[in-house]
Design a protein around this ligand. Structure first.
Ligand SMILES: *Cc1c(COP(=O)(O)O)cnc(C)c1O
Length: 480
């Protein structure tokens, strides 16, 4: 492959010269054996086959870089291998502290579950559970019994099915109820709910035809009535979780649509989104629709996420009339999106908190929502004082926390944040924020007006000490 293309001036590198130089750089690379031995000396826990594969990958990358003109130092190559090994050995999904002020933070894994829920999930994961057996009779039973009993208590639902997430719930319900037929949806609700989840696409995927009615801002029950014919399988309502249209707006209620559909045997299917089982209005927030309200209004099937305001593990909750829920459960897709034993154990443990009336005391997202602003301020002041005493300049600033997770857009909860001024610790805020994120535990705050804010509302009181220690460690590392 060597072509002579240069060499007309002194000091110019010819392609032949480049090839020779490349060959020298290749020879200067450490061997796989050297790299594996060095990793072993540093105490790597991976076995020889894994270390060899990592070393080979890095060497391949370095050879490509050499061909592109790079001349990597031996130490750089060794450090690259060490970093690649650490990236495999160190668990990525270790818990971090959420000081962003966003309660249901999708990028941080949505809702943390209660201690009791986490314990139930760990116990179910680590052992066998009578998932599909009735202990009394040793006969085969459904996996939904426990959750169905709890849901009936909490929402009045005749039947419940739990699947992987709410997106799966909507896809499954539409597939089972409406494939090959029409589903009437308000133009104002044919929306994008989250990344990659668009109502028209989900409908198409289910094999149902979207029949859009009304306008973006106003849709009436009569619009649904006019669009109804013998091909109509259902009326679908989607809660516009993550945006709000203000002003001249109207939506047909689930109750109106249920009245319209009942004589024709057309069910109302409602995706309420956040899965709130408590009334958000009690905490000065706008009211989020609940599963119980949706069913009481006459929806045949209501759906929600398990890991937003319900505060449980990731799940899609399907509740409603037994004839419809059973039909959904029998659809082949149900098997493809079913929930596992840890999800079911965790969902049941979370629902039991509601049944005992202790959601505000036990479920993290509700503890955060219900915390009085005064208590949040006092904890922020204590943290700022503790940091200041340890030589880290910190002050308390008013803040506005949000529910997040695509619920209650524009709604804020009064909060307080500890503000760290990057300059006072010899760094810019971005650098300080990075140090905090990569610490152990990692801490995620937000940058506002040139300051790093640690919002106290999304940190639980039992995490305050860990937060203080993590901040001090990050700042010290910065200075040193
Ligand atoms: C969040 C949301 C979904 C998606 O829920 P996942 O559990 O993330 O699949 C669907 N519909 C509505 C209305 C939502 O708010």
């Amino acid at each position: 492959m060597s072509r002579v293309t240069g060499g007309d001036g002194p000091g110019e590198t010819t392609e032949i010269g480049r090839d020779a130089a490349d060959a020298a750089a290749f020879r200067a690379l450490p061997s796989v054996t050297d790299l594996v031995r060095a990793a072993r000396t540093r105490g790597a826990a991976l076995d020889d086959a894994a270390l060899t594969a990592v070393a080979r990958d890095r060497l391949d990358e370095q050879r490509a870089a050499i061909r592109a003109g790079a001349r990597p130092a031996r130490a750089t190559v060794e450090a690259g291998v060490a970093a690649a090994i650490t990236a495999i050995e160190r668990p990525r999904l270790a818990p971090v502290l959420n000081a962003t002020g966003v309660i249901v933070h999708t990028n941080l894994g949505r809702s943390p579950v209660s201690a009791e829920t986490a314990a139930a999930m760990a116990a179910a994961a680590g052992g066998y559970v009578p998932l599909e057996l009735e202990p009394e009779t040793n006969e085969r039973g459904g996996r939904m019994g426990e959750i169905a009993r709890l849901m009936r208590l909490l929402t009045g639902a005749e039947a419940t099915l739990v699947v992987n997430n709410c997106a799966a719930a909507v896809l499954l319900v539409l597939s089972a109820v409406a494939a090959g037929r029409g589903v009437v949806v308000s133009r104002g609700e044919a929306v994008e709910i989250g990344g990659g989840f668009r109502v028209p696409d989900v409908l198409r995927q289910s094999g149902a035809a979207l029949v859009e009615v009304g306008t973006t801002n106003r849709t009436y029950a009569r619009d649904y009535a006019e669009a109804t014919d013998e091909t109509t399988a259902a009326y679908l309502k989607i809660h516009p979780s993550n945006f709000r249209i203000l002003g001249f707006v109207h939506a047909a209620s689930a109750a109106e649509l249920a009245d319209l559909g009942r004589p024709r045997g057309i069910p109302v299917l409602e995706d309420v989104g956040s899965g709130a089982l408590l009334d958000t209005a009690r905490y000065g927030l706008a009211a989020e629709p609940t599963l119980a309200e949706s069913l009481a209004a006459g929806a045949s099937v209501a759906m929600a996420s398990g890991d937003k305001l319900l505060g449980g593990p990731q799940a899609g909750i399907i509740v409603g009339e037994a004839t419809w829920v059973d039909r959904v459960a029998r659809h082949p897709l149900a098997r493809a999106v079913r929930a596992d034993k840890t999800c079911l154990a965790g969902t049941a443990a979370t629902l039991r908190h509601y049944a005992r009336g202790e959601a505000e005391l036990k479920i993290p997202v509700w503890r955060m929502i219900a915390a009085p602003a005064d208590a949040v301020r006092r904890r922020a002041e204590a943290l700022a004082a503790a940091l200041t005493a340890l030589g880290v300049a910190a002050s308390v600033e008013p803040s506005a926390a949000t529910v997040g997770g695509g619920s209650l857009p524009g709604e804020c909860l009064e909060s307080f944040a500890v503000a760290l001024d990057g300059a006072s610790v010899g760094a810019d805020e971005e650098g300080l924020a990075r140090r905090l994120r990569v610490g152990d535990p990692g801490v995620y705050g937000r940058i506002e007006r040139g300051k790093l804010l640690l919002d106290q509302r999304t940190v639980l009181p039992e995490e305050d000490e860990a937060l203080a220690r993590a901040v001090v460690a990050a700042v010290r590392e910065q200075g040193g």
